[in-house]
Write a protein that binds this ligand. Structure first.
Ligand code: SF4
Ligand code: SF4
Ligand code: FES
Length: 243
């Protein structure tokens, strides 16, 4: 399968025709497969980004035939052209400058010197919480989540009493608390949403956290400092305010 890869260095564009070697006869490769193979063979200095390879991080986006696609999830076919996103400035080959988009929300000056007045950038803690990759490693030894295992875990219940595959869990866990805390500190969440997030945390069993030794995040998010304690403090503050 032959594809075209558009490279760009020092403002100079070039189109390189690359012949992808199929690994099996019926392989339907993703764009990222082609880029990785090209870099590993005849284009060692080809610049492109990727991270999770599972459609989670978004950094691998490139244009395919002029339309943006997620390289680790988009199939590529014979004759396709891969180029950098046309909507952002190109740094090198398929790597684009991404930071200006987020900066817009901080109310900073644009490159044209014009101020924007959005200034709705979330606090630092919010960005820390957006790093969650939903791996669920934090559920380990969580007594709140353990109640779910007691009530619905298939291995502990006779088959006729097992929860179905679409059933949710009644009790919370560090991840669900993280999501609720993130909602609470999102500057765009209305007051009613902030209250509802706290109500939901309580309903999921937040009081279990009071006597718990704590939870650990698989990627190092400070769950106790940035999620559990702020939620518990907010519940206390709310109770104090209502007395
Ligand atoms: S361990 Fe960390 S990254 Fe994984 S789901 Fe829990 S909070 Fe998210
Ligand atoms: S602090 Fe709360 S969320 Fe964390 S493990 Fe304990 S009960 Fe679960
Ligand atoms: S590598 Fe993360 S979304 Fe493609």
């Amino acid at each position: 399968m032959k594809v075209e890869i558009v490279t760009k260095r020092a403002g100079e564009e070039a189109v390189v025709e690359y012949e992808y070697r199929m690994r099996t006869e019926d392989e339907k490769p993703m764009v990222l497969d082609v880029l990785l193979q090209a870099q590993a063979t005849v284009m060692p200095d080809l610049a492109f980004r990727y991270g999770c390879r599972a459609r989670n991080c978004g950094v691998c986006t490139v244009d395919i035939n002029g339309r943006p696609r997620i390289a680790c999830r988009a199939r590529i076919k014979d004759g396709d052209r891969v180029s950098a996103m046309a909507t952002l400035p190109v740094l090198s080959d398929l790597v684009v400058r991404r930071d200006g988009v987020a900066r817009q929300l901080r109310g900073r000056l644009s490159t044209a010197g014009q101020a924007n007045d959005l200034n709705i950038e979330a606090p630092e803690d919010y960005h820390m919480l957006t790093a969650c990759i939903e791996c669920y490693a934090c559920l380990h030894e969580c007594p709140m989540h353990a109640r779910n295992l007691e009530e619905a875990w298939p291995l502990k219940r006779p088959p006729e009493e097992q929860a179905g595959p679409t059933a949710g869990y009644a009790h919370g866990n560090p991840f669900s608390l993280l999501k609720l805390q993130r909602l609470r500190i999102d500057p765009l969440t209305p007051d009613a949403g902030v209250e509802a997030a706290l109500d939901n945390a309580v309903a999921l069993g937040l009081d279990t956290c009071i006597d718990c030794k704590g939870c650990k995040c698989g990627i190092g998010i400070d769950l106790m400092g940035k999620v559990v304690r702020p939620l518990l403090d907010s519940v206390n503050d709310r109770a104090d305010a209502s007395t």
